[in-house]
Design a protein around this ligand. Sequence first.
Ligand code: HEM
Length: 345
Amino acid sequence: MGAYPEPQGVLTPLTDAAVFLVVTVRPGGEQTVAGLIPDLTSLLRAVGFRLPEGHLSLVTGFGSAVWGRLFSGARPAELHEFVELRGTRHHAPATLGDLLFHIRADRMDLCFELAAQIMDRLDGMVDVCDEVHGFRYFDRRDLFGFVDGTENPPGRAAIEAAIITDADPAFAGGSYAIVQKYVHDLDAWNALTTEAQSLVIGRHKLSNVELPDDRKPADSHVALNTVVRPDGMQQQIVRDNMPFGKAGSGEFGTYFIGYCHTPSTTEEMLRNMFLGQGAVRHDRILDFSTAVTGCLFYVPPIDFLDDPPPLPDMETATAPEPQVTDHRAEGDNGTLRIGDLKGVR
Ligand code: HEM
């Protein structure tokens, strides 16, 4: 692995609070966004320095549809739209999103302040698709009551999983983020026994210990997300999921975010979850959890943000066609329909 530019705070350890902000750029808003991009690191410093022990971090990502509107020159090799998945029972929708701001800190006031400063700069030039405020829930449990994040790769393995290196030299030091907002059916979940819940996830609820292979169902979440290459190497992603909710309106959820040096690993996990694998039709977790958003972003390294390529000449710039792989050729169940991405944007 050669030297590469310094990544944004992709590998920031799990924090106690997070804001996930996804927006689209209005036609004519390109200049304003381009003006903000080189200021992002100083905005982060300005807010974060007021409380260094709060560990404020910011990751900014760019979606496929906006790339050619903001930057002249080359595109990241694997930047494409989120691929909608339609299984026999469950659906992973592709939803709108040009810019992702993943803001993390140990205190919500820091996240909130940075989000507010960013939105102030973008005022009138973007539309907010989704804003989720996530919180730490006891010992890093999700709202299903399970510890979430245990098998994240540590240290060097995390860098290898998340950061682009030699495969795309012009975009090395970057990463790909896939986000999905999941809403839980807690009534149905709480109707299960603790033992049955453990079989859905593939780990013991209280102790967090993984179930032995001979007791772990093939449709459990852990079994379907353990992706091993033919050479025996496990394919990993870095997840920074956060619980969110509104007790008053009965909304309980998990905001999924997975970083990887290639979107194909996360996409393979999603296919396993929504389309199944072998005789398994879908991940059991989906019987209690509905995906309501789905977006894919390239996350450039810090140098790129500080000194981005110039805006394209919009007279000559043409919107790039979304690169969509038709996975139907790979599947054996014939149930996958790739969404009409132009239709959902
Ligand atoms: C409702 C949304 C989700 C919830 C509540 C959830 C929760 C969990 C929990 C509790 C674990 C076990 C502990 C751990 O290692 O973190 C886990 C593992 C994992 N999840 Fe999820 N998850 C969700 C969505 C996803 C999605 C969408 C993906 C991938 C596209 C994913 C990928 C993984 C992976 C790779 C593991 C580790 C598997 C292993 O090596 O043991 N999860 N998740």
